[in-house]
Design a protein around this ligand. Structure first.
Ligand SMILES: CC(C)(COP(=O)(O)OP(=O)(O)OC[C@H]1O[C@@H](n2cnc3c(N)ncnc32)[C@H](O)[C@@H]1OP(=O)(O)O)[C@@H](O)C(=O)NCCC(=O)NCCS
Length: 352
């Protein structure tokens, strides 16, 4: 029996009741080989966290006092994102109640008549039930906005440097000014390295501009290797080099305010995805502000507080970058998503 982490939301008149009802439903769910099953019948009690107060300790421990990571009064219930964050901390920090088999239950601030909780904790893996055919998990409906007519998308050139920087500056990077200007300088520098024959516009980077019928630039997307690849300790040099051709990230996606809401961002993102797919990339990742979760989900992205992936010779690599959320989209059938430590985790980015 393997220890297993679980995490789910459930509603009911009391947390005990909600957990029990969910456990019954879960026990009759058909087994999926890709999605191991935690045995919720073994959970020893429920520990309820009714408000936001414990976030204060989390904030002090992780962010010091220079930065307000969590808004909201102590006595209020948690929103879903903050609850995910707090659940992560209670698990990682080995809260003794959770470690000894009780379920954490965080009261969520939901507008429904019944109370909802985020449950999480450790139990053991459930014994497989009868192995039925695996029903495919319904993906979120991916909507297609009607593209605005007259929009043309082209790769950016060195001559577009100022335009690219102007548009990228529309993205609030939530960083000090000097970090923002360093990031913009890197983008300008990357524009000097155009590829003549490669699928991407600039070696491992890809710059696309959207122009209206008058040739005026209205939107931009900038993709390239994620910065964490270069951070020491993340992965060996060999793994990093291999990742450069398999995984890319959207550093910026922006549309001029007067041209928003007409599908231009969607067009830019789709075109970039197609290019990376054709170039043999396995996954496109990005970091986004919380209010854009739904926007990216509708475009087929999986969005959560962390980016998690299993890599050969590295094991589990996870990144969290408060207050951002991380999202990814699989571009190749060779990659899949599994659940590790309760988080969606990408596997198969690099073959073993
Ligand atoms: C986010 C952004 C790129 C979207 O561009 P766009 O061309 O308007 O996007 P699309 O037309 O393809 O899609 C519009 C949808 O995104 C939603 N959306 C855009 N910005 C949003 C926001 N801040 N919060 C919630 N939803 C948002 C719109 O409500 C719309 O959804 P709807 O069709 O249900 O109304 C644009 O708003 C922008 O440039 N914002 C500033 C820069 C930024 O934040 N970039 C994202 C960095 S992660």
């Amino acid at each position: 029996m393997y220890p297993m982490l679980y995490r789910f939301t459930a509603s009911g008149p009391t947390p005990e009741n909600a957990l029990a009802a969910h456990a019954i439903e879960d026990s009759i769910r058909p087994h999926d080989r890709m999605y191991r099953h935690a045995d919720l019948t073994k959970v020893k009690g429920v520990v309820v966290v009714p408000d936001r107060a414990p976030l204060r300790a989390v904030e002090a421990g992780y962010f010091g006092d220079s930065y307000t990571a969590f808004d909201g009064a102590d006595g209020a219930p948690l929103d879903a994102d903050d609850a995910e964050w707090l659940a992560d901390r209670l698990i990682e920090d080995g809260d003794h109640r959770i470690a000894s088999g009780a379920a954490g239950a965080l009261l969520l601030d939901t507008p429904t008549a019944q109370s909802s909780w985020l449950f999480f904790g450790w139990t053991v893996q459930a014994a497989p039930t009868i192995c039925a055919a695996v029903p495919s998990k319904d993906p979120l409906p991916v909507t297609t906005l009607a593209p605005r007519s007259g929009i043309r998308i082209r790769t950016a050139t060195l001559a577009d440097g100022d335009t690219v920087v102007d548009l990228v500056s529309l993205v609030d990077l939530l960083r000090p000014a000097e970090e923002v200007s360093a990031a913009l300088d890197l983008m300008r520098h990357a524009l000097t390295d155009a590829t003549d024959d490669g699928p991407l516009s600039h070696r491992h980077n890809h710059f696309l501009l959207a122009e209206d019928a008058d040739g005026r630039a209205v939107g931009v997307i900038v993709c390239g290797p994620p910065h964490w690849i270069a951070r020491p300790g993340r992965a060996s040099g060999l793994v990093r080099r291999r990742l450069l051709d398999r995984l890319s990230t959207v550093h910026a996606l922006a549309v001029r305010p007067e041209d928003r809401g007409r599908g231009i961002a969607q067009q830019l993102l789709r075109q970039a995805e197609d290019t990376f797919r054709d170039a043999g990339y396995a996954v496109l990742t990005l970091r986004h502000q919380r209010d854009l979760t739904r926007f990216y989900q509708r475009l087929g992205y999986t969005s959560s507080n962390r980016l998690s992936m299993l890599l050969p010779s590295v094991g589990l690599l996870t990144l969290a970058d408060r207050p951002w959320k991380h999202a990814f989209k699989l571009l190749s059938p060779a990659v899949s998503v599994t659940t590790v430590q309760g988080m969606p985790t990408i596997t198969g980015v690099l073959p073993d």
